[in-house]
Design a protein. Structure first.
Length: 232
């Protein structure tokens, strides 16, 4: 059976709604937290699929989080080998950094459910599944455009919302995996200041999650399933 490794940077940011399409594509999933002592010894080139999820830290905070530099070094080797890799939020920023881009704090927090603008060149890519679908955003960092990638989506606040390199590399700044996972309440409880900084009300965001979250996850699952089906 094919293997998929999920790297979890904090306990409440897991693969969530993406688990179903990954398992349906025939992958046996394992997971490791960056806090696990075994994390630094893993060969990140070994899994058939690598999935890196989100986290509140910045790629540029390597002095506070030494595992970031360790992860980036091994990630670069995987990308050089063109091994299938998916990054979400912080995971997408780490891919950008590993490809030589600069990651930095953005002008404002982007938090809440709203659609991304899928670029014309991405009309036939897996991003087509989230066109016009409000998906969850929760970030305040962004990055310069990495060399050799195709940008796929943007929002008015952040130009770089998704990119790919060929069929094997996909980076998503937004969280289309979230909308049905009870850990969302932990996100709001952990970072209410992010919600307020984005001009939102925590209670209103919870209500929106309950009302439309399932539609976001359905679109996100279709996106990931489509991408996995295109892997060489």
């Amino acid at each position: 059976m094919k293997t998929a490794l999920i790297i979890r940077h904090v306990p409440h940011e897991g693969v969530a709604g993406y688990r179903e399409p990954i398992e349906d594509a025939g992958y046996a999933i394992t997971r490791i937290d960056v806090s696990d002592p075994a994390f630094s010894t893993l060969d990140l080139c070994a899994p058939d699929l690598l999935i890196m999820m989100g986290g509140p830290m910045g790629v540029y905070e390597q002095d506070r989080h030494p595992w970031i530099g360790c992860q980036l070094r091994r990630l670069r080797r995987r990308l050089e080998a063109d091994r299938p890799t998916l990054g979400v939020c912080l995971g997408a920023q780490m891919i950008a950094s590993a490809l030589g881009a600069e990651v930095f704090s953005g002008p404002t927090k982007e938090v809440g459910f709203h659609p991304v603008t899928v670029h014309e060149n991405a009309a036939d890519t897996p991003l087509r599944h989230v066109r016009d679908v409000p998906v969850l955003h929760w970030h305040g960092d962004t990055f310069t455009r990495p060399e050799g990638v195709e940008m796929l989506a943007s929002t008015p606040l952040y130009e770089h919302q998704a990119f790919r390199r060929g069929d094997t590399l996909l980076a998503l700044q937004f969280h289309a995996e979230m909308g049905e996972d009870p850990r969302f309440d932990e996100w709001v409880a952990q970072w209410p200041q992010d919600v307020i900084a984005a001009g939102k009300c925590p209670d209103a965001l919870r209500r929106t999650h309950g009302e439309i979250g399932h539609k976001a996850v359905s679109a996100g699952r279709a996106l990931i399933s489509d991408w996995l089906n295109r892997l060489p």
